[in-house]
Design a binder for this molecule. Structure first.
Ligand code: F6R
Length: 611
């Protein structure tokens, strides 16, 4: 999604802005731009469709951008109006320039009113409407804060905004509601940013603005007021992510770097949650005994986080013997709320800012359910608003495609389900200890083994070089893993694929299998080997190319397979988490083989803050 950066200080502002935007590229964008105050204190705006390099080239070619010390910048992910130079941010008038993340829902009505008053617009964006309305209010009131408040009270939707007023080259103004925004605090310089990764080279100290906060930022001061206009007493936070963690560290892509971090981050995530060999969530204030009386669990998330939720569903059902429903956040929100007091709603999110997941959390709270967030980004909206939060310690995930976040989410929710099983008396302490040790010790080793023996995965990826359509199949929890593998593949290789419960294929879809159609066949559950073998034979008989994902004891499946991606021997209820790494690598090597932009797949955004 869109990224915001603002700088005021002694350094070259244009350089800092481009550098910050470059760190935000991972969020996904299709155009970018900056506005800086020139030496004559005039606001100069440069923007361009496409890669940030296009704006950087304009900056390089423009002498007026040098020796300047204050400005704002933006990477845009199009919502209103196609990606183009004129729709890129910043937007504004002769009075101000503004960058915006989020959506102004009532922009059409406001635009009509402004058009009726004779105002003109240069773009198709909702953001320009905000900028023109703010300019009008400022022209009338002559008071910057007053005009900002009046403008924001007239709009509905979500926003994180940074504003440079043309008559004040030493201050930036910013505000948030719905879209995250931070103010970074440096030495003799301060920043505004949509996330901390933009600032890590220069500072790790920041204020996380709350809903309705407005901040005025100068070189040596940050003044923040809350939605009532009172001073906001926000803690100065310190990011524990370092530049190293947010940079590629010698890997060709963030995605492969992040896959390589999986084993370490699983250990880090589980370390403090295993005491005396048993799952233990007491230190985080989670009353595990609440599971005793629960009738069911709702798990709500989007995309890959939702598939990690499916791992949780299977484990809550098998360990804790309780029904667990996984729901897509964007649907959960609008379905009749069949939950309330006495129910537990678990929200899973890497970013902690996904708009639909956040709205689902708020709905669950409104209905009286207890909410538990499994989140990666510390201090994110979902983390702050849930009744309990369990952080996944995956560190920054920069590649748009989620990999290590999935692995740690799946491992953590499995541990949680084991703890719930102990509380409900459906899992013995001995069994819970075995699950914990497998997750903490054996799973990381298995992941490392897969990464270090990737040749068969690379060979399978090569065989898929010209493939345009393929299938992923599995049974039981492998069905969900098939969906996650298919999502990864679609996302970064642009190959159409479908995931199916292996036994369901013959009820229609098998008609699509023809000579050479690749079918990734996942078989982690020994109880299902025979059934999977039959399903694999069914598609093989129709010409399918089988890429088997299974342990070496699934000998008959391996015999039928054209490619075999080995899953190291692990308990079958945990093997799927390791097998996910093979599927991530398959997608990665295919995308790389095709020369695609692995970390920034087309049309996608890292943090989906629109609904
Ligand atoms: C896929 C992917 C997305 C995210 C989804 C939820 O690789 O990254 O499907 O998993 O957008 O995002 P979070 O976890 O930030 O809520």
């Amino acid at each position: 999604m869109c990224g915001i950066i603002g700088y005021v200080g002694k350094a070259e502002a244009a350089e800092r802005l481009i550098e910050g935007l470059s760190a935000l590229e991972y969020r996904g964008y299709d155009s970018a731009g900056i506005s800086v105050f020139t030496k004559e204190s005039k606001l100069l705006t440069l923007k361009a469709e496409g890669r940030l390099a296009n704006v950087a080239a304009k900056v390089e070619a423009c002498a007026e951008t040098r020796g300047v010390h204050c400005g704002i910048g933006h990477t845009r992910w199009a919502t209103h109006g196609a990606p183009s130079d004129r729709n890129s941010h910043p937007h504004g008038t002769e009075l101000l320039q503004l960058v915006h993340n989020g959506i102004i829902e009532n922009y059409a009505d406001i635009k009509e009113e402004l058009l009726n008053k004779g105002k003109t617009f240069l773009s198709d964006t909702d953001t320009e409407v905000l900028a023109v309305l703010l300019s009008e209010n400022y022209a009338q009131m002559g008071d910057k804060l007053g005009a900002i408040k009046k403008t924001l009270s007239a709009v509905t939707g979500s926003y994180g905004i940074a504003i440079a007023f043309a008559d004040d080259s030493t201050h930036l103004y910013c505000a948030r509601s719905g879209s995250p925004l931070i103010v970074g605090v440096g030495e003799g310089e301060n920043y505004v940013a949509s996330d901390i990764t933009a600032l890590l080279r220069h500072t790790r100290k920041y204020y996380q603005l709350r809903e309705g906060d407005i901040a005025v930022v100068s070189e040596d001061a940050v003044v923040i007021t809350d939605k009532n206009g009172d001073p906001a007493d926000l803690p100065l936070e310190t990011a524990d992510w370092d530049v190293q963690a947010a940079e590629r560290g010698g890997y060709p892509h963030f995605m492969i770097k992040e896959i390589n971090e999986e084993s370490e981050t699983v250990k880090k995530t589980l370390n403090t949650r295993i005491k005396n060999g048993l799952p233990d969530f007491e230190a985080e204030g989670l009353d595990i005994n609440m599971f005793k009386d629960l009738e069911r669990v709702h798990i709500v998330a989007c995309g890959t986080a939702m598939y990690a939720g499916c791992v949780g569903k299977c484990r809550f059902e098998s360990y804790a013997r309780m029904p667990a429903h996984v729901e897509v956040a964007s649907e959960f929100r609008y379905a009749p709320p069949l939950f309330g007091k006495g129910d537990l709603v678990i929200i899973i999110s890497q970013s902690g800012e996904t708009a639909d997941s956040l709205a689902a959390l708020r709905l669950a709270k409104e209905c009286g359910a207890h909410t538990l967030a499994i989140v990666n980004v510390i201090g994110s909206s979902i983390a702050r608003e849930a009744d309990n939060v369990l952080y996944t310690w995956a560190g920054p995930e920069i590649s748009v495609c989620s990999t290590k976040a999935y692995t740690v989410q799946a491992a953590l929710i499995t541990l949680l389900a084991a703890a719930a099983g102990v509380a409900r008396g459906t899992v013995t302490e001995e069994e819970a200890a075995r699950i914990a040790s497998c997750l903490h010790d054996e799973l990381p080793l298995a992941i490392e083994k897969i990464i270090n023996n990737a040749d068969p995965i690379k060979a399978a990826a090569k065989a898929l070089h010209t493939t345009q359509s393929m299938f992923f199949i599995g049974r039981g929890s492998d069905t969900y893993l098939a969906s996650e593998g298919s999502l990864k593949l679609k996302e970064i290789t642009y190959t159409h694929s479908e995931a199916y419960a292996a036994g369901e294929l013959k009820h229609g879809t098998i008609s699509l299998i023809e000579q050479g159609t690749p079918v990734v066949s996942i078989a982690n559950d020994p109880r299902m080997y025979e059934k999977m073998l039959s399903n694999i034979r069914e598609v093989k008989a129709r010409g399918a190319m089988i890429i088997a994902v299974c342990a070496k004891d699934a000998e008959d499946i391996i015999k039928v397979a054209d490619h075999w991606l080995e899953v190291p021997a692990l308990r079958s209820d945990i093997a799927g988490i390791a097998a996910a790494t093979s599927l991530q690598l398959l997608a990665y090597y295919l995308a790389d083989d095709r020369g695609l932009d692995v970390d920034k797949p087309r049309n996608l955004a890292k943090s989906v803050t629109v609904e």
